[in-house]
Design a protein around this ligand. Sequence first.
Ligand SMILES: O=c1ccn([C@H]2C[C@H](O)[C@@H](COP(=O)(O)O)O2)c(=O)[nH]1
Ligand SMILES: [Zn+2]
Length: 156
Amino acid sequence: MPGKRTDVISWDEFFMRVAMAAAMRSKDPNTQVGACIADANHRILSVGYNGTPSALNDDEFPWETADDPLLDKHSYVIHAEANAILNYRGSNKDLQGATVYVTLFPCHECAKTLVQAGIGEVVYLGDKYEGTQDNLISKRILDTCGVTYRQVTVAD
Ligand SMILES: O=c1ccn([C@H]2C[C@H](O)[C@@H](COP(=O)(O)O)O2)c(=O)[nH]1
Ligand SMILES: [Zn+2]
């Protein structure tokens, strides 16, 4: 069609950029994670980022890592993927076969949650914990459950 723009961003890049925007809402000083769930019709089903439960004042809880679980941020943060699933307002069945775009490869807890929610594909940006025990368990869960995963890059 004459005059039509053709150099538009791909769906992968679009959904990953939505996940990247969500990550910018995270208060975590070390690792900001965003997740965007999309269906086969290229509709966004939900978005989430890593943060404390909304009823919990994030000024009153730690954002550092500590040996004492009471003082460790990991005890209080809901992961981006879990928040995206929890934020979803449709029927759970609609997540069946959906794709999650996530800025960090999911941890093994998120892998279990994604599988149980029916997510069929994980598209990720970074894998900074690659090779760790948690990361290997996560990949084992996804592999065993038939959830495919692939890495994408997004230009600066
Ligand atoms: O699957 C995942 C794994 C981690 N997160 C969040 C949880 C924390 O807020 C950070 C990780 O912090 P580190 O300092 O890198 O341990 O990332 C997530 O949302 N999803
Ligand atoms: Zn996780």
